[in-house]
Design a protein around this ligand. Structure first.
Ligand code: ZN
Length: 126
């Protein structure tokens, strides 16, 4: 087994101390498993911070825009990621979907409501 040097801790470790990473040139993650887990944990902590409604709406809009442009890719991506998911991940995804749906519904309701108000106003002015 070959030794690889971790970019983060600079330790020389056997390959099985690294995760496979198809996207990289070497086929291996450049950080050892221990470091990779630590990195992931940090970014998870970062993502845990509750997003503001503006941030949420912005993120939703960006995703929707991408989906509009890449319908096929989006479908393929959903199909593939759903297959590889654990139960917890799927539950989390479904919860998020419901959340997104609720936001959408809320926006729709608001639009409907403001339209109704305008309509009523217009009627009064007649
Ligand atoms: Zn390391």
């Amino acid at each position: 087994m070959e030794l690889r040097t971790c970019k983060r801790c600079n330790k020389e470790l056997p390959e099985d101390m690294f995760y496979r990473r198809k996207q990289s040139k070497s086929g291996w993650d450049c950080n050892c498993k221990e470091c990779r887990n630590a990195i992931n944990k940090v970014s998870q902590e970062k993502n845990k911070r509750e997003k503001t409604p503006e941030e949420k709406a912005k993120a939703v809009a960006a995703v929707n825009k991408w989906r509009e442009k890449n319908r096929e890719k989006a479908r393929e991506y959903n199909r593939r990621s759903a297959k590889n998911m654990s139960k917890e991940q799927r539950d989390a995804m479904n919860a998020r979907k419901r959340e997104l749906y609720a936001i959408k519904k809320d926006e729709k309701a608001k639009r409907k409501y403001s339209f109704m108000l305008e309509f009523k106003k217009a009627l009064k002015e007649l």
